[in-house]
Ligand binder design. Structure first.
Ligand SMILES: [Zn+2]
Ligand SMILES: [Zn+2]
Length: 170
């Protein structure tokens, strides 16, 4: 591009914005507001979205697979935490702290394998929702029993487990 062109380009999204910047993939003129800085240079929002969609290789079926795998596993985890870990006694909370992230990672790993290692934008969120839904009945049971301190162990599972799931299925 020559110096003259630099002043006559207008952003392809904002007709009133003069710019000298072009997307380095498709060549669209982009104003500084639209330009997205990537490791390979400035890109237009459309190219960035295309790139992201290529990154997410999973289909809608993957969400169904994720629920099918994560829900029963989360239910088992909820059962174990509520009826075994919480009843160990003095070390319950400590054990819950150590085992909850592992449990989350395990569920995430099982889902990750079941979907054939394909990435989906909301996979982590869906699996996390499964964990919450599966543990809720146990939380309900504890609330009914009036043992509010008993909420700590399933609570640790929810918080640390969710964190591990989101970290693994980002
Ligand atoms: Zn572009
Ligand atoms: Zn613009």
């Amino acid at each position: 591009m020559d110096a003259n062109e630099a002043t006559t380009l207008t952003c392809y999204r904002h007709a009133d914005m003069l710019t000298s910047l072009r997307c380095n993939r498709c060549g669209n003129p982009i104003c500084p507001k639209c330009a997205v800085r990537t490791p390979v240079g400035f890109r237009c929002p459309d190219c960035v979205r295309t790139q992201q969609n290529r990154f997410y290789t999973g289909g809608k079926l993957d969400y169904l697979i994720a629920v099918t795998v994560a829900l029963p596993l989360s239910f088992i985890a909820g059962f174990i935490f509520t009826f075994i870990v919480a009843r160990i006694g003095f070390f319950s909370w400590l054990i819950a702290f150590l085992v909850a992230p592992l449990t989350g990672s395990l569920i995430a790993e099982a889902v990750w394998r079941a979907v054939g290692r394909r990435r989906s934008r909301y996979l982590g969120t869906v699996v996390m929702a499964c964990l919450i839904v599966a543990v809720l009945p146990f939380v309900g049971l504890i609330l009914l029993s009036g043992n509010f301190l008993g909420l700590v162990v399933p609570g640790i599972l929810l918080f640390l487990g969710s964190g591990a799931i989101m970290a693994r299925l980002r």
